[in-house]
Design a protein around this ligand. Sequence first.
Ligand SMILES: Cc1cc2nc3c(=O)[nH]c(=O)nc-3n(C[C@H](O)[C@H](O)[C@H](O)COP(=O)(O)OP(=O)(O)OC[C@H]3O[C@@H](n4cnc5c(N)ncnc54)[C@H](O)[C@@H]3O)c2cc1C
Length: 470
Amino acid sequence: MTQRLNGDGELERRYRARSLWLDGVEGTLSPRPSLRGDTSCDVAVVGGGFTGLWTAYYLKRHRPDARVVVLEREITGFGPSGRNGGWVSSGIAGRWDTYAARAGNDAVLRAERTTYAAVDEIGRVVERERIDCGFEKQGMLAVATSEPQVTRLRADLQSARAHGIREEDRRELGTAELQGMVRIPGCLLGVYSPHAARADPARLARGLADACERSGVAIYERTEATEVRPHAVRCRGGVVTADHVIRATESYTTELTGERLRYLPLYSLMIATEPLSDGVWHDIGWRDGLLIHDAHHLFSYAQRTADGRIAIGGRGAPYHLSRPVSETSERDPAVLARLEEAIRRQFPAAARAATTHHWGGPLAVPRDWCMAIDYDRATGFGLAGGYSGHGVVAANISGRTLADLVCERDTELVSLPWVGHRARSWEVEPLRFLASWAIVRVLGSADRYEDRTNRTARRTRALSSVLPPS
Ligand SMILES: Cc1cc2nc3c(=O)[nH]c(=O)nc-3n(C[C@H](O)[C@H](O)[C@H](O)COP(=O)(O)OP(=O)(O)OC[C@H]3O[C@@H](n4cnc5c(N)ncnc54)[C@H](O)[C@@H]3O)c2cc1C
Protein backbone atom coordinates (compact mmCIF):
# COMPACT_ATOMS: atom_id res chain seq x y z
CA MET A 1 0.00 0.00 0.00
CA THR A 2 1.17 3.55 -0.69
CA GLN A 3 2.72 4.87 2.51
CA ARG A 4 1.37 8.12 3.92
CA LEU A 5 4.28 10.44 4.70
CA ASN A 6 4.36 14.01 5.85
CA GLY A 7 5.67 16.43 3.32
CA ASP A 8 7.99 16.19 0.33
CA GLY A 9 11.15 16.05 2.49
CA GLU A 10 10.18 12.82 4.20
CA LEU A 11 9.14 11.28 0.91
CA GLU A 12 12.38 12.31 -0.77
CA ARG A 13 14.36 10.79 2.14
CA ARG A 14 12.41 7.54 1.90
CA TYR A 15 13.05 7.26 -1.85
CA ARG A 16 16.75 8.11 -1.57
CA ALA A 17 17.16 5.52 1.22
CA ARG A 18 16.04 2.74 -1.12
CA SER A 19 19.45 2.43 -2.83
CA LEU A 20 22.85 3.95 -3.58
CA TRP A 21 21.53 4.68 -7.05
CA LEU A 22 18.35 6.47 -6.01
CA ASP A 23 20.39 8.37 -3.45
CA GLY A 24 22.67 9.57 -6.24
CA VAL A 25 19.97 10.75 -8.64
CA GLU A 26 20.50 14.42 -9.40
CA GLY A 27 17.68 16.87 -8.82
CA THR A 28 14.56 15.97 -6.93
CA LEU A 29 12.79 12.63 -6.60
CA SER A 30 9.51 14.30 -5.89
CA PRO A 31 6.72 12.44 -7.64
CA ARG A 32 5.06 13.40 -10.88
CA PRO A 33 1.37 14.28 -10.55
CA SER A 34 -1.00 11.51 -9.45
CA LEU A 35 -4.07 10.42 -11.35
CA ARG A 36 -7.05 12.58 -10.44
CA GLY A 37 -10.34 11.32 -11.87
CA ASP A 38 -11.27 8.75 -14.47
CA THR A 39 -9.56 8.60 -17.84
CA SER A 40 -9.26 6.37 -20.90
CA CYS A 41 -6.38 5.40 -23.16
CA ASP A 42 -5.22 2.76 -25.63
CA VAL A 43 -2.73 1.03 -23.33
CA ALA A 44 -2.57 1.27 -19.53
CA VAL A 45 0.68 -0.02 -18.02
CA VAL A 46 0.72 -0.73 -14.29
CA GLY A 47 4.21 -0.38 -12.80
CA GLY A 48 6.94 2.13 -13.59
CA GLY A 49 9.94 -0.19 -13.43
CA PHE A 50 11.94 -1.46 -16.41
CA THR A 51 9.20 -3.78 -17.67
CA GLY A 52 6.51 -1.11 -17.69
CA LEU A 53 8.75 1.64 -19.00
CA TRP A 54 10.28 -0.42 -21.80
CA THR A 55 6.80 -1.54 -22.83
CA ALA A 56 5.60 2.07 -22.98
CA TYR A 57 8.77 3.16 -24.78
CA TYR A 58 8.51 0.61 -27.58
CA LEU A 59 4.75 1.03 -27.93
CA LYS A 60 5.31 4.68 -28.75
CA ARG A 61 8.10 3.81 -31.19
CA HIS A 62 5.74 1.54 -33.12
CA ARG A 63 2.61 3.67 -32.72
CA PRO A 64 3.54 7.28 -32.01
CA ASP A 65 -0.14 8.24 -31.87
CA ALA A 66 -1.11 5.57 -29.28
CA ARG A 67 -2.34 6.95 -25.96
CA VAL A 68 -0.14 5.16 -23.40
CA VAL A 69 -0.48 5.68 -19.66
CA VAL A 70 1.92 4.40 -16.95
CA LEU A 71 0.54 4.09 -13.43
CA GLU A 72 3.16 3.90 -10.69
CA ARG A 73 2.45 3.49 -6.99
CA GLU A 74 5.55 5.45 -5.87
CA ILE A 75 8.00 6.94 -8.39
CA THR A 76 9.50 5.42 -11.52
CA GLY A 77 12.46 3.23 -10.57
CA PHE A 78 11.26 2.87 -6.98
CA GLY A 79 11.27 -0.95 -7.10
CA PRO A 80 14.16 -3.29 -7.87
CA SER A 81 14.63 -1.47 -11.19
CA GLY A 82 16.14 1.42 -9.24
CA ARG A 83 17.97 -0.73 -6.72
CA ASN A 84 19.61 -3.63 -8.53
CA GLY A 85 23.25 -4.48 -9.13
CA GLY A 86 23.31 -2.63 -12.44
CA TRP A 87 24.19 -5.83 -14.23
CA VAL A 88 22.93 -5.38 -17.77
CA SER A 89 23.83 -8.98 -18.32
CA SER A 90 22.94 -11.64 -20.84
CA GLY A 91 21.76 -15.18 -20.16
CA ILE A 92 18.25 -16.51 -19.95
CA ALA A 93 16.35 -15.92 -16.71
CA GLY A 94 15.49 -19.43 -15.57
CA ARG A 95 16.30 -23.01 -16.26
CA TRP A 96 17.39 -23.97 -19.77
CA ASP A 97 15.86 -27.44 -19.52
CA THR A 98 12.47 -26.17 -18.39
CA TYR A 99 12.12 -23.92 -21.44
CA ALA A 100 13.61 -26.61 -23.71
CA ALA A 101 11.10 -29.23 -22.57
CA ARG A 102 8.37 -27.00 -23.95
CA ALA A 103 10.02 -25.34 -26.93
CA GLY A 104 13.12 -27.38 -27.85
CA ASN A 105 16.81 -26.54 -27.52
CA ASP A 106 17.02 -24.36 -30.65
CA ALA A 107 14.31 -22.05 -29.35
CA VAL A 108 16.16 -21.63 -26.04
CA LEU A 109 19.39 -20.97 -27.93
CA ARG A 110 17.56 -18.24 -29.88
CA ALA A 111 16.34 -16.85 -26.57
CA GLU A 112 19.87 -16.89 -25.17
CA ARG A 113 21.18 -15.03 -28.23
CA THR A 114 18.32 -12.55 -27.90
CA THR A 115 19.67 -11.67 -24.46
CA TYR A 116 23.10 -10.93 -26.03
CA ALA A 117 21.50 -8.58 -28.54
CA ALA A 118 19.39 -6.96 -25.81
CA VAL A 119 22.52 -5.75 -23.98
CA ASP A 120 23.45 -3.83 -27.15
CA GLU A 121 19.87 -2.67 -27.68
CA ILE A 122 19.85 -1.11 -24.20
CA GLY A 123 23.17 0.56 -25.03
CA ARG A 124 21.68 1.96 -28.25
CA VAL A 125 18.68 3.45 -26.42
CA VAL A 126 20.98 4.90 -23.73
CA GLU A 127 22.88 6.65 -26.50
CA ARG A 128 19.85 7.69 -28.55
CA GLU A 129 18.02 9.11 -25.54
CA ARG A 130 21.22 10.51 -23.98
CA ILE A 131 20.66 8.69 -20.68
CA ASP A 132 23.58 9.43 -18.38
CA CYS A 133 23.79 6.12 -16.50
CA GLY A 134 27.45 5.08 -16.74
CA PHE A 135 26.64 2.35 -19.27
CA GLU A 136 29.89 0.55 -20.06
CA LYS A 137 30.02 -2.78 -21.88
CA GLN A 138 33.08 -4.74 -20.78
CA GLY A 139 31.54 -8.16 -20.18
CA MET A 140 31.16 -10.27 -17.06
CA LEU A 141 33.51 -12.59 -15.23
CA ALA A 142 32.68 -15.55 -12.99
CA VAL A 143 35.49 -16.46 -10.60
CA ALA A 144 36.14 -19.65 -8.64
CA THR A 145 38.23 -19.69 -5.47
CA SER A 146 37.80 -23.32 -4.40
CA GLU A 147 37.79 -26.72 -6.11
CA PRO A 148 34.00 -27.19 -5.80
CA GLN A 149 33.51 -23.80 -7.43
CA VAL A 150 35.92 -24.73 -10.24
CA THR A 151 33.96 -27.94 -10.77
CA ARG A 152 30.68 -26.00 -10.94
CA LEU A 153 31.93 -23.36 -13.36
CA ARG A 154 33.44 -26.01 -15.64
CA ALA A 155 30.25 -28.08 -15.54
CA ASP A 156 28.22 -24.96 -16.44
CA LEU A 157 30.54 -24.21 -19.31
CA GLN A 158 30.36 -27.77 -20.55
CA SER A 159 26.58 -27.73 -20.49
CA ALA A 160 26.57 -24.33 -22.24
CA ARG A 161 28.68 -25.85 -25.05
CA ALA A 162 26.32 -28.83 -25.27
CA HIS A 163 23.44 -26.37 -25.68
CA GLY A 164 25.24 -24.58 -28.52
CA ILE A 165 26.75 -21.59 -26.71
CA ARG A 166 29.97 -20.76 -28.49
CA GLU A 167 33.50 -20.09 -27.26
CA GLU A 168 33.19 -16.43 -28.32
CA ASP A 169 30.11 -16.07 -26.09
CA ARG A 170 31.49 -17.70 -22.94
CA ARG A 171 34.95 -19.09 -22.31
CA GLU A 172 37.54 -20.06 -19.76
CA LEU A 173 40.30 -17.49 -19.41
CA GLY A 174 44.01 -18.18 -19.31
CA THR A 175 45.91 -16.95 -16.25
CA ALA A 176 47.47 -13.91 -17.95
CA GLU A 177 44.18 -12.76 -19.43
CA LEU A 178 42.43 -13.20 -16.09
CA GLN A 179 45.14 -11.25 -14.26
CA GLY A 180 44.72 -8.49 -16.83
CA MET A 181 41.05 -8.09 -15.84
CA VAL A 182 41.25 -8.28 -12.04
CA ARG A 183 43.55 -9.61 -9.36
CA ILE A 184 41.57 -11.72 -6.88
CA PRO A 185 43.62 -13.64 -4.30
CA GLY A 186 43.28 -17.41 -4.57
CA CYS A 187 41.38 -17.20 -7.85
CA LEU A 188 41.61 -20.62 -9.51
CA LEU A 189 39.47 -20.06 -12.58
CA GLY A 190 37.73 -17.29 -14.48
CA VAL A 191 34.93 -17.72 -17.02
CA TYR A 192 34.21 -14.69 -19.18
CA SER A 193 31.36 -13.53 -21.39
CA PRO A 194 31.53 -10.30 -23.39
CA HIS A 195 27.73 -9.89 -23.36
CA ALA A 196 27.25 -7.66 -20.33
CA ALA A 197 27.43 -4.01 -19.37
CA ARG A 198 27.55 -2.03 -16.18
CA ALA A 199 24.99 0.71 -15.51
CA ASP A 200 23.48 2.83 -12.76
CA PRO A 201 19.99 1.32 -12.78
CA ALA A 202 18.12 4.23 -11.19
CA ARG A 203 19.50 6.70 -13.69
CA LEU A 204 18.64 4.25 -16.46
CA ALA A 205 15.06 3.79 -15.21
CA ARG A 206 14.49 7.49 -14.62
CA GLY A 207 16.13 8.46 -17.91
CA LEU A 208 13.89 5.97 -19.65
CA ALA A 209 10.84 7.47 -17.93
CA ASP A 210 11.87 10.90 -19.23
CA ALA A 211 12.31 9.44 -22.73
CA CYS A 212 8.83 7.91 -22.50
CA GLU A 213 7.39 11.28 -21.50
CA ARG A 214 9.15 13.02 -24.38
CA SER A 215 7.45 10.58 -26.74
CA GLY A 216 4.05 11.39 -25.25
CA VAL A 217 3.53 8.72 -22.58
CA ALA A 218 1.52 10.00 -19.60
CA ILE A 219 3.13 8.88 -16.32
CA TYR A 220 1.17 9.14 -13.10
CA GLU A 221 3.17 8.60 -9.89
CA ARG A 222 1.96 8.00 -6.33
CA THR A 223 -0.90 6.26 -8.12
CA GLU A 224 -1.66 2.83 -6.73
CA ALA A 225 -3.64 0.35 -8.80
CA THR A 226 -5.97 -1.51 -6.47
CA GLU A 227 -7.54 -3.68 -9.15
CA VAL A 228 -5.92 -4.65 -12.44
CA ARG A 229 -8.13 -6.44 -14.93
CA PRO A 230 -8.80 -6.51 -18.67
CA HIS A 231 -9.85 -3.09 -19.98
CA ALA A 232 -9.79 -1.38 -16.59
CA VAL A 233 -7.38 -0.41 -13.83
CA ARG A 234 -8.95 0.87 -10.66
CA CYS A 235 -6.65 3.33 -8.86
CA ARG A 236 -7.06 5.34 -5.71
CA GLY A 237 -7.51 8.50 -7.82
CA GLY A 238 -9.81 7.14 -10.52
CA VAL A 239 -10.44 4.36 -13.03
CA VAL A 240 -8.41 4.02 -16.22
CA THR A 241 -10.24 2.26 -19.02
CA ALA A 242 -8.05 0.94 -21.82
CA ASP A 243 -8.11 -1.36 -24.84
CA HIS A 244 -4.99 -3.05 -23.47
CA VAL A 245 -3.84 -3.41 -19.88
CA ILE A 246 -0.27 -4.50 -19.05
CA ARG A 247 0.63 -5.61 -15.55
CA ALA A 248 4.33 -4.90 -14.89
CA THR A 249 4.55 -5.12 -11.10
CA GLU A 250 7.00 -8.08 -10.81
CA SER A 251 7.49 -9.08 -7.15
CA TYR A 252 4.77 -6.65 -5.99
CA THR A 253 2.25 -8.69 -8.00
CA THR A 254 2.04 -10.92 -4.91
CA GLU A 255 0.27 -8.06 -3.11
CA LEU A 256 -2.60 -8.07 -5.62
CA THR A 257 -5.75 -10.05 -4.90
CA GLY A 258 -5.48 -13.66 -6.05
CA GLU A 259 -1.77 -13.40 -6.94
CA ARG A 260 -0.15 -14.01 -3.56
CA LEU A 261 1.49 -17.31 -4.47
CA ARG A 262 2.55 -16.41 -8.01
CA TYR A 263 6.12 -15.70 -6.88
CA LEU A 264 8.38 -16.31 -3.94
CA PRO A 265 9.70 -12.88 -2.91
CA LEU A 266 13.37 -13.65 -2.31
CA TYR A 267 15.33 -10.72 -0.97
CA SER A 268 18.61 -9.71 -2.57
CA LEU A 269 20.64 -7.18 -0.60
CA MET A 270 23.54 -4.92 -1.55
CA ILE A 271 26.18 -2.69 -0.04
CA ALA A 272 28.39 0.02 -1.54
CA THR A 273 31.73 1.35 -0.38
CA GLU A 274 32.86 4.92 -0.40
CA PRO A 275 34.67 5.92 -3.63
CA LEU A 276 38.10 4.26 -3.68
CA SER A 277 41.36 6.00 -4.51
CA ASP A 278 43.19 5.47 -7.79
CA GLY A 279 45.90 3.64 -5.82
CA VAL A 280 43.39 1.11 -4.47
CA TRP A 281 41.94 0.56 -7.92
CA HIS A 282 45.44 0.06 -9.27
CA ASP A 283 46.11 -2.63 -6.64
CA ILE A 284 42.84 -4.41 -7.37
CA GLY A 285 43.50 -4.18 -11.09
CA TRP A 286 39.78 -4.33 -11.90
CA ARG A 287 39.06 -3.33 -15.49
CA ASP A 288 36.50 -0.51 -15.38
CA GLY A 289 33.06 -1.67 -16.51
CA LEU A 290 33.75 -5.40 -16.00
CA LEU A 291 31.13 -7.16 -13.85
CA ILE A 292 32.33 -9.84 -11.45
CA HIS A 293 30.51 -12.60 -9.61
CA ASP A 294 31.83 -15.46 -7.55
CA ALA A 295 30.75 -19.08 -7.73
CA HIS A 296 29.43 -19.61 -4.23
CA HIS A 297 25.91 -21.08 -4.06
CA LEU A 298 24.87 -17.79 -2.46
CA PHE A 299 26.99 -15.94 -4.98
CA SER A 300 27.90 -12.30 -4.76
CA TYR A 301 27.70 -10.00 -7.79
CA ALA A 302 29.73 -6.82 -7.99
CA GLN A 303 30.27 -3.79 -10.13
CA ARG A 304 32.88 -1.06 -10.10
CA THR A 305 30.61 1.96 -10.21
CA ALA A 306 31.13 4.90 -12.52
CA ASP A 307 32.08 7.02 -9.48
CA GLY A 308 34.67 4.51 -8.25
CA ARG A 309 32.90 2.49 -5.55
CA ILE A 310 32.43 -1.23 -5.20
CA ALA A 311 28.73 -2.11 -5.20
CA ILE A 312 28.23 -5.74 -4.28
CA GLY A 313 25.14 -7.81 -3.60
CA GLY A 314 23.95 -11.24 -2.71
CA ARG A 315 20.92 -13.19 -1.66
CA GLY A 316 20.52 -14.31 1.86
CA ALA A 317 17.66 -12.77 3.80
CA PRO A 318 14.39 -14.70 4.05
CA TYR A 319 11.21 -12.63 3.91
CA HIS A 320 8.92 -12.07 6.89
CA LEU A 321 6.06 -14.54 7.01
CA SER A 322 3.62 -11.89 8.25
CA ARG A 323 4.48 -9.46 5.44
CA PRO A 324 6.38 -11.05 2.53
CA VAL A 325 7.11 -7.77 0.71
CA SER A 326 8.21 -5.17 3.22
CA GLU A 327 10.80 -2.43 3.60
CA THR A 328 11.91 -4.07 6.87
CA SER A 329 13.38 -6.95 4.84
CA GLU A 330 15.64 -4.66 2.82
CA ARG A 331 18.51 -4.58 5.32
CA ASP A 332 20.06 -7.41 7.30
CA PRO A 333 23.15 -7.27 9.54
CA ALA A 334 24.21 -10.84 8.70
CA VAL A 335 24.07 -10.24 4.94
CA LEU A 336 25.82 -6.89 5.35
CA ALA A 337 28.64 -8.67 7.24
CA ARG A 338 28.84 -11.40 4.58
CA LEU A 339 29.12 -8.82 1.78
CA GLU A 340 31.79 -6.85 3.66
CA GLU A 341 33.68 -10.11 4.13
CA ALA A 342 33.36 -10.81 0.38
CA ILE A 343 34.98 -7.44 -0.34
CA ARG A 344 37.83 -8.16 2.11
CA ARG A 345 38.39 -11.60 0.60
CA GLN A 346 38.15 -10.71 -3.07
CA PHE A 347 39.50 -7.16 -3.04
CA PRO A 348 41.80 -6.88 0.01
CA ALA A 349 43.11 -3.50 -1.11
CA ALA A 350 39.60 -2.16 -0.41
CA ALA A 351 39.32 -3.86 3.00
CA ARG A 352 39.42 -0.57 4.91
CA ALA A 353 36.90 1.23 2.73
CA ALA A 354 33.83 2.41 4.61
CA THR A 355 30.43 1.01 3.68
CA THR A 356 28.26 4.00 2.86
CA HIS A 357 25.04 2.30 1.69
CA HIS A 358 23.09 -0.86 2.44
CA TRP A 359 19.83 -1.66 0.71
CA GLY A 360 17.85 -4.39 -1.01
CA GLY A 361 14.67 -5.49 -2.66
CA PRO A 362 12.51 -8.47 -3.49
CA LEU A 363 13.25 -10.78 -6.43
CA ALA A 364 10.23 -12.40 -8.06
CA VAL A 365 10.92 -16.14 -8.16
CA PRO A 366 8.31 -18.29 -9.93
CA ARG A 367 7.88 -21.90 -8.81
CA ASP A 368 10.05 -23.10 -11.72
CA TRP A 369 12.42 -20.06 -11.68
CA CYS A 370 11.46 -19.30 -15.32
CA MET A 371 10.21 -15.91 -16.52
CA ALA A 372 6.97 -15.44 -18.40
CA ILE A 373 5.50 -12.99 -20.86
CA ASP A 374 1.82 -13.44 -21.46
CA TYR A 375 -0.71 -11.61 -23.59
CA ASP A 376 -4.30 -12.50 -24.33
CA ARG A 377 -5.34 -11.01 -27.65
CA ALA A 378 -9.03 -11.57 -26.85
CA THR A 379 -8.99 -9.40 -23.73
CA GLY A 380 -5.95 -7.21 -24.42
CA PHE A 381 -4.47 -8.17 -21.04
CA GLY A 382 -0.72 -8.73 -20.79
CA LEU A 383 1.95 -9.26 -18.16
CA ALA A 384 5.62 -10.05 -17.75
CA GLY A 385 7.94 -10.88 -14.88
CA GLY A 386 9.34 -13.66 -12.75
CA TYR A 387 12.94 -12.91 -13.71
CA SER A 388 14.40 -14.55 -10.58
CA GLY A 389 17.01 -11.82 -10.17
CA HIS A 390 17.97 -11.45 -13.84
CA GLY A 391 15.48 -8.80 -14.81
CA VAL A 392 17.42 -5.91 -16.32
CA VAL A 393 17.94 -7.38 -19.77
CA ALA A 394 14.86 -9.59 -19.46
CA ALA A 395 12.63 -6.55 -18.86
CA ASN A 396 13.88 -4.93 -22.06
CA ILE A 397 13.00 -8.12 -23.94
CA SER A 398 9.61 -8.22 -22.18
CA GLY A 399 8.90 -4.59 -23.09
CA ARG A 400 9.71 -5.14 -26.75
CA THR A 401 7.75 -8.40 -26.83
CA LEU A 402 4.66 -6.94 -25.16
CA ALA A 403 4.76 -3.95 -27.51
CA ASP A 404 4.94 -6.35 -30.48
CA LEU A 405 2.07 -8.43 -29.11
CA VAL A 406 -0.14 -5.39 -28.49
CA CYS A 407 0.66 -4.00 -31.96
CA GLU A 408 0.13 -7.46 -33.49
CA ARG A 409 3.63 -7.50 -34.95
CA ASP A 410 4.63 -11.03 -35.87
CA THR A 411 8.28 -10.83 -34.84
CA GLU A 412 10.87 -13.34 -33.70
CA LEU A 413 10.43 -12.08 -30.14
CA VAL A 414 6.83 -13.24 -29.84
CA SER A 415 7.89 -16.83 -30.55
CA LEU A 416 10.49 -17.11 -27.80
CA PRO A 417 9.94 -19.85 -25.21
CA TRP A 418 8.94 -17.58 -22.31
CA VAL A 419 5.97 -16.22 -24.25
CA GLY A 420 2.93 -18.04 -22.86
CA HIS A 421 5.05 -19.90 -20.32
CA ARG A 422 3.16 -20.63 -17.11
CA ALA A 423 4.60 -21.85 -13.83
CA ARG A 424 2.40 -23.38 -11.19
CA SER A 425 1.84 -21.42 -7.99
CA TRP A 426 4.02 -21.76 -4.93
CA GLU A 427 2.76 -23.92 -2.07
CA VAL A 428 0.54 -22.28 0.52
CA GLU A 429 2.15 -20.75 3.60
CA PRO A 430 4.04 -21.65 5.63
CA LEU A 431 5.46 -23.96 2.95
CA ARG A 432 6.56 -21.15 0.62
CA PHE A 433 8.21 -19.39 3.55
CA LEU A 434 9.99 -22.62 4.51
CA ALA A 435 11.24 -22.95 0.92
CA SER A 436 12.71 -19.43 1.08
CA TRP A 437 14.22 -20.15 4.48
CA ALA A 438 15.72 -23.42 3.23
CA ILE A 439 17.16 -21.80 0.10
CA VAL A 440 19.03 -19.28 2.19
CA ARG A 441 20.10 -21.62 5.01
CA VAL A 442 21.08 -24.66 2.95
CA LEU A 443 23.01 -22.68 0.37
CA GLY A 444 24.77 -20.67 3.06
CA SER A 445 25.77 -23.77 4.97
CA ALA A 446 26.95 -25.49 1.76
CA ASP A 447 29.18 -22.48 1.03
CA ARG A 448 30.68 -22.54 4.51
CA TYR A 449 31.34 -26.30 4.22
CA GLU A 450 32.99 -25.92 0.81
CA ASP A 451 35.14 -22.96 1.91
CA ARG A 452 36.28 -24.94 4.95
CA THR A 453 36.92 -28.34 3.37
CA ASN A 454 37.47 -27.59 -0.34
CA ARG A 455 35.04 -30.46 -0.98
CA THR A 456 31.69 -30.29 -2.77
CA ALA A 457 28.70 -30.07 -0.43
CA ARG A 458 25.98 -32.58 -1.23
CA ARG A 459 23.32 -31.08 1.03
CA THR A 460 21.95 -28.85 -1.74
CA ARG A 461 20.57 -31.94 -3.51
CA ALA A 462 17.97 -32.54 -0.83
CA LEU A 463 16.22 -29.35 -1.92
CA SER A 464 16.70 -29.61 -5.68
CA SER A 465 12.99 -29.09 -6.37
CA VAL A 466 13.01 -25.56 -4.94
CA LEU A 467 16.60 -24.48 -5.50
CA PRO A 468 17.74 -22.10 -8.24
CA PRO A 469 19.29 -23.51 -11.41
CA SER A 470 22.96 -24.32 -11.05
C1 LIG B 1 19.03 -5.97 -4.84
C2 LIG B 1 18.68 -6.44 -6.22
C3 LIG B 1 19.70 -6.62 -7.14
C4 LIG B 1 19.39 -7.03 -8.43
N1 LIG B 1 20.39 -7.07 -9.35
C5 LIG B 1 20.11 -7.34 -10.64
C6 LIG B 1 21.10 -7.18 -11.63
O1 LIG B 1 22.21 -6.71 -11.35
N2 LIG B 1 20.79 -7.52 -12.92
C7 LIG B 1 19.55 -7.99 -13.24
O2 LIG B 1 19.34 -8.34 -14.40
N3 LIG B 1 18.55 -8.05 -12.32
C8 LIG B 1 18.79 -7.70 -11.05
N4 LIG B 1 17.78 -7.70 -10.12
C9 LIG B 1 16.41 -7.98 -10.57
C10 LIG B 1 15.84 -6.79 -11.33
O3 LIG B 1 16.14 -5.59 -10.68
C11 LIG B 1 14.31 -6.93 -11.46
O4 LIG B 1 13.97 -8.20 -11.95
C12 LIG B 1 13.73 -5.90 -12.42
O5 LIG B 1 14.17 -4.60 -12.09
C13 LIG B 1 12.21 -5.98 -12.41
O6 LIG B 1 11.71 -4.89 -13.15
P1 LIG B 1 10.14 -4.68 -13.21
O7 LIG B 1 9.91 -3.43 -13.93
O8 LIG B 1 9.50 -5.91 -13.76
O9 LIG B 1 9.69 -4.59 -11.70
P2 LIG B 1 9.97 -3.44 -10.60
O10 LIG B 1 11.28 -2.80 -10.77
O11 LIG B 1 9.66 -4.09 -9.30
O12 LIG B 1 8.87 -2.36 -10.92
C14 LIG B 1 7.52 -2.56 -10.57
C15 LIG B 1 6.94 -1.22 -10.20
O13 LIG B 1 5.54 -1.39 -9.96
C16 LIG B 1 5.17 -0.53 -8.92
N5 LIG B 1 3.94 -1.06 -8.33
C17 LIG B 1 3.82 -2.14 -7.53
N6 LIG B 1 2.54 -2.34 -7.20
C18 LIG B 1 1.84 -1.37 -7.81
C19 LIG B 1 0.46 -1.05 -7.84
N7 LIG B 1 -0.43 -1.77 -7.20
N8 LIG B 1 0.07 0.02 -8.58
C20 LIG B 1 0.97 0.78 -9.27
N9 LIG B 1 2.30 0.50 -9.25
C21 LIG B 1 2.72 -0.56 -8.55
C22 LIG B 1 6.35 -0.55 -7.98
O14 LIG B 1 6.38 0.61 -7.15
C23 LIG B 1 7.53 -0.61 -8.96
O15 LIG B 1 8.05 0.67 -9.25
C24 LIG B 1 18.04 -7.31 -8.81
C25 LIG B 1 17.03 -7.14 -7.87
C26 LIG B 1 17.33 -6.70 -6.59
C27 LIG B 1 16.23 -6.51 -5.60
